[in-house]
Ligand binder design. Structure first.
Ligand code: 5AD
Ligand code: SF4
Length: 448
């Protein structure tokens, strides 16, 4: 099972593993041992999609080698490339046996049975049944193996239609899972030892799910309810859209101690002209206003964002407005990309595409600024006392590693029995990708 792209795919990959586990499959350490290879693919940028075809080229060689030994290897393309390209995948890569979309993977066992006699199949239907209802639950040991931090999908799809993005086409319309299902899944994870839950969705803060009675619950209400689950230490949610950043969600950051003070809120660009062309439905002032209200609610909140440079028509002045917005906000971490033309999206139709070199230069300048801000943010934690959720043994003997509230990797000298616990540490130094810390004596002192 190989997962590409976003957290949604990571979650879907674990669910496919659970599903096939119930059919007698177990995960192979590498593709050389695998009877079945599933690539859970990403279509967000051209590069991501093309990567799949080069991976399939390599798998074709492995499949032939196995066939020469009289052993079979079935190859499945799942996820967003499957959804976007459908049968084209079968045409372009002879090695593929099965193409299955993100809304139909619960039908995998059946599809694999049909593919047994050499049939090559595509299933990219948006299912009428609820795929979550038909997926088996993972066992306690499976959950533990995956660690103390888990994703729970609460919402899928997108109705926003940003003019650069394929998601509304590959993942379909926004739908929210019912509150009861999410609570049950969360409880099961917590009972098995999970301590941190990240609620995920392409537009997670557009969540509006069926609650008790006829009520519809928003994300703030869901977070409040989940924060009362015993045994849960931390809650997060991602990815949010600025237009759905309601005041009650902002207020939840003030009121819920378990909700981490770290918000991923993509802005994409800082120029209102570009934001309008991107069909983002917010201005840079709207974005800054949200950041101001988040900081008022939770003064220690840190922000991360996604940026696209070189959207069609973006001038030097527009780009400078993005740089100015970054300087004004100050991000702890970010993802940034060159605009990539995606078939079927309005952005790809535009005649004023930006030169590759211009995009490259803008991306380099933007990433240099974001990297400087990331380093500054990390350096500012040195000397501070913060809480860390320990997740795994560290790289060196006697060390354990975990995450700060801001998703920074932190390692300390400490006993492995602390894995799964939240403990206060003092940050000693900041490296380029992780923080070194020491455990604070358990005196109940308040965090700085
Ligand atoms: N080109 C470049 N980046 C894109 N993203 C989405 N579509 C494109 C595209 N066509 C980026 C956005 C989004 C993130 C997941 O991927 O920044 O927030
Ligand atoms: Fe894509 Fe925009 Fe929807 Fe995000 S909000 S998934 S960027 S269309």
């Amino acid at each position: 099972m190989k997962s590409y792209g976003c957290q949604m795919n990571v979650y879907d990959s674990t669910r496919m593993s659970d599903l096939l586990g119930a059919e007698g499959y177990s995960e192979a350490a590498s593709e050389d041992d695998a009877d079945l290879v599933i690539l859970n693919t990403c279509h967000i940028r051209e590069k991501a999609a093309e990567k799949i075809y080069s991976e399939l080229g390599k798998l074709a060689i492995a499949k032939r080698a196995r066939a020469a030994e009289g052993r079979e290897m079935k190859i499945v393309v799942a996820g967003c490339v499957a959804q976007a390209e459908g049968e084209e995948v079968l045409k372009r890569a002879r090695v593929v046996d099965l193409v299955v979309g993100p809304q139909s993977y619960h039908r995998l066992p059946n599809l694999l049975k049909q593919a047994r006699d050499g049939a090559r199949l595509t299933d990219t239907d948006f299912a009428v049944e609820d795929k979550f209802d038909t997926l088996p639950q993972p066992s306690r040991s499976q959950i533990l193996q995956r660690g103390v931090s888990a994703f729970v999908t609460v919402q899928e799809g997108c109705d926003k239609f940003c003019s650069f993005c394929v998601v509304p086409y590959t993942r379909g319309a926004e739908i929210s899972r019912p509150v009861g299902d999410i609570v049950n899944e969360t409880r099961r994870l917590i009972d098995a030892g999970v301590r941190e839950i990240t609620l995920i969705g392409q537009n997670v803060n557009a969540y509006l799910g069926a609650g008790p009675g006829d009520q519809k619950w928003g994300l703030a209400q869901l977070l409040e309810h989940l924060s009362e689950v015993n045994g849960l230490s931390r809650l997060r949610y991602t990815t949010s859209h600025p237009v759905d950043m309601s005041q009650d969600l902002i207020d939840a950051h003030a009121g819920l101690a378990k909700l981490m003070p770290y918000v991923h809120l993509p802005v994409q660009a800082g120029s209102d002209r570009v934001l309008k062309a991107m069909n983002r439905k917010h201005t840079s002032a709207d974005y800054l206003d949200i950041i101001g209200r988040l900081r008022a609610a939770r003064p220690d909140v840190a922000l991360s964002s996604d940026f696209i440079v070189g959207f069609p028509g973006e001038s030097d002045a527009d780009f400078e407005e993005t740089m100015a917005l970054i300087r004004e906000v100050g991000f702890a971490s970010s993802f940034s990309f060159k605009y990539s033309m995606r078939p079927g999206t309005p952005g790809a139709e535009r005649k004023d595409q930006i030169d590759e070199e211009v995009k490259r230069d803008r991306l380099a300048a933007l990433q240099a600024l974001l990297e400087e801000q990331r380093q500054t943010f990390n350096a500012a934690t040195v000397g501070r006392r913060i809480e860390v959720l320990f997740e795994k043994p560290g790289r060196h003997e006697g060390q354990i590693a975990g995450k700060s509230p801001y998703l920074q990797a932190v390692h300390v000298e400490g006993p492995v029995h602390m894995i799964g616990e939240v403990a206060r540490v003092e940050i000693v130094s900041a490296g380029s990708n992780s923080l070194a810390a020491r455990l604070c004596p358990a005196t109940g002192e308040a965090a700085a």
